[in-house]
Write a protein of this length. Structure first.
Length: 627
């Protein structure tokens, strides 16, 4: 088989799995789980094979033609796609294996694993897409499959509400994304990624600040950036393995991947907007994470913050006006932003999936308890989960020579070189990251059990622990670029590295922010049933809690006070003016005219003579000018 045939097989395989489950295995959860997991294993193996093979290819076929617009389905498999394919394949397999144990007793297990297969199909379509129209189709499928998975326990009102919230928030961003795709075709005559890159090299692209910003709207929704971030924390209502798959490693990363795909369309003004959006999101989410008591919501806000780091890294490829006329500086600076963003996306995928699955192991071992203030003492009761989760925490806070240390330093170096304000804010965010992650780690695993569930916690079986071990190993080594085969050189050659005095500054900054945040998190918080910050500094805790709820409150106010009232006004206008006055009014007038005309035709000869005489008189009066 050719590499293209392997790629087609990988893409179609999860769709076939979902079809088999939906058609034949809806009442057989065990068989459905086996089919979906074996499919995920095949995808992971073939994905690694495709990535390790040196062959890169593009291929497409016409799907439909609308006048001069040709919509095609195609594959663009380069180093960037290969890297993303491996991430999706490996993390997807770990989530499937973990789900075998976590969802073992779930009554709707077949529907759950069918949803996982649909999600894998959707995400792989985004990875392979060679044009923006095809990417948008799979982009929407990812939104649908996430809705299904978040809503898995639909009997819970909170889960049903969370799934609708995620779906609607993403539709808002996707509308801008679609407008951007249309504008791209209007300006450049194509949405094919390879053709756009060729136009960029030939200096025939038509640039616009609005175009990349509209496309960025899709990333704002999918990657949960301000102000469309509100869906991600609520999406934790879905099963924990879903949180690991969708909200840590793949779906939310799709926005970053899309930005890297369209980097040729970027202009300085748009990159500045992207940079500040990511920076503000990173800091905001880190502040929100400090007050959370739900283990999954701490990780959710952590994901928001780390996604902000990635978006900021991409935006830090900003160009000064002196670079606009030189193609080489443009290419190098943009590539540095892409390299830093994708590097952190890769490392984050592994250690955040590890921590989400680790939280699932904790929740499973504590009989579905999610409040970290009702945990404690799990280090001795769940030792393997403790040590693997510790590796994940160390990686995300930037412990030296773990995965997050290298990728975070690359972003800090870009910020140091490009924008001192962004550098300061991201450094502060890194302090907060260490603080809330060490707080989570200490309250969950150290001290003594603070509930009966924690006292009787236990380690799960092999299906729950094996994925943790694999992801822990990847979290240890994923920061070393030598770990990656040279086939990813198109991505990793552009990771920015500090040298000389800059290297010393970044290294000291990285160690300093980690040490400060970790020390506060470890020594300030006590292993008590209540939040130490709320007890000692209630004003600050209340302020941070209000800060967290500000966006939800604003949206609730908008929906209840503005949107709903506007909808009532529009309904009144439609019912009274359009439907009543115009539609029914005109119909009534015509009816009255019909009644009048009908009254003239009574079949009485004397009446017709009178009307005839009346007409003659009227005509005479008109002729003489009386009327």
């Amino acid at each position: 088989m050719t590499m293209l045939s392997h790629a087609i097989f990988v893409l179609i395989l999860p769709l076939v799995s979902a079809a088999i489950i939906a058609l034949f295995l809806r009442r057989s959860g065990g068989a459905a789980a086996a089919v979906s997991t074996l499919t995920a294993a095949a995808i992971a193996v073939i994905s690694v094979m495709l990535a390790l093979h040196n062959e890169r290819f593009t291929a497409s076929t016409e799907w439909m033609r609308l006048g001069g617009l040709v919509v095609s389905l195609g594959f663009k498999f380069d180093d960037l796609a290969a890297l993303m394919l491996v991430i999706v394949g490996i993390v997807g397999l770990c989530v499937h294996v973990f789900s075998l144990g976590y969802m073992h007793d779930d009554a709707a297990k077949a529907r759950y694993f069918g949803g996982l297969s649909i999600f894998m199909f959707s995400m792989l379509g985004i990875v392979f897409a060679d044009n923006l129209f095809m990417m948008f189709i799979f982009w929407e499928l990812v939104g649908f499959s996430s809705y299904v998975l978040i809503n898995h326990w639909h009997e819970k009102q909170s889960a049903a509400d969370a799934s609708k919230k995620a779906f609607i928030a993403n539709r808002v961003g996707d509308f801008g994304f679609l407008l951007g795709i249309v504008m791209c075709y209007w300006l450049n005559g194509t949405v094919n990624l390879t053709e756009l890159a060729a136009k960029g090299e030939a200096h025939t692209l038509v640039f616009s600040t609005l175009l990349p910003l509209l496309l960025f709207c899709g990333a704002v929704g999918k990657s949960a950036q301000l102000p469309l971030h509100v869906w991600l924390p609520d999406a934790m209502e879905g099963p924990t393995p879903v949180s690991a798959l969708i909200h840590a490693a793949t779906m939310v990363a799709a926005g970053i991947y899309m930005l890297c795909r369209i980097n040729v369309l970027m202009v300085p003004a748009a990159l500045d907007v992207i940079m500040w959006t990511g920076t503000v999101t990173a800091l905001y989410a880190a502040l929100c994470a400090i007050t959370q008591s739900d283990i999954k919501k701490v990780l959710a806000y952590s994901t928001l913050s780390q996604l902000g780091f990635m978006v900021a890294a991409f935006g830090l490829g900003s160009l000064s006006s002196t670079h606009l006329h030189g193609t080489e500086p443009h290419t190098v600076v943009i590539a540095a932003g892409v390299g830093a963003a994708m590097f952190h996306l890769t490392t984050h995928a592994f250690f955040k999936a590890l921590m989400f699955l680790g939280s699932g192991s904790v929740i499973h071992g504590c009989h579905h308890e999610q409040d970290i203030f009702k945990m404690g003492g799990l280090r001795t009761r769940m030792p393997l989960t403790f040590w693997t989760f510790t590796i994940g925490v160390a990686a995300i806070i930037g412990f030296p020579y773990l995965a997050g240390f290298f990728s975070k330093d690359a972003i800090l170096y870009l910020a140091f070189e490009k924008n001192s304000s962004v550098f300061a804010l991201l450094a502060l965010t890194a302090v907060l990251t260490s603080l809330y992650m060490v707080r989570l780690w200490k309250l969950t695993f150290l001290g003594t059990p603070r509930s009966d569930h924690a006292s009787h916690a236990h380690e799960g079986g092999l299906t729950l622990t094996l994925p943790l071990v694999l992801l822990a190993v990847l979290s240890l080594v994923a920061g070393y670029t030598a770990f990656y085969p040279n086939v990813f050189s198109g991505v990793f050659d552009h990771i920015p590295e500090a040298h000389g005095s800059d290297h010393t500054i970044i290294f000291i900054t990285s160690l300093g922010v980690m040490a400060v945040g970790a020390s506060i998190g470890y020594f300030f918080y006590k292993s008590t049933p209540t939040d130490t910050l709320a007890d000692k500094v209630p004003g600050l805790f209340a302020a941070l809690s209000a800060f967290k709820n500000a966006f939800d409150g604003a949206y609730d106010y908008y929906v209840a006070k503005i949107q709903q009232r506007f909808a009532l006004f529009v309904n009144f206008f439609e019912q009274i003016f359009l439907a009543g006055l115009i539609v029914r009014g005109l119909a009534g007038f015509v009816g009255l005219c019909g009644l009048g005309a009908r009254a003239l035709h009574v079949g009485n000869l004397n009446a017709y003579v009178y009307w005839f005489l009346f007409g003659l008189v009227a005509l005479w009066l008109l002729a003489t000018g009386v009327l």
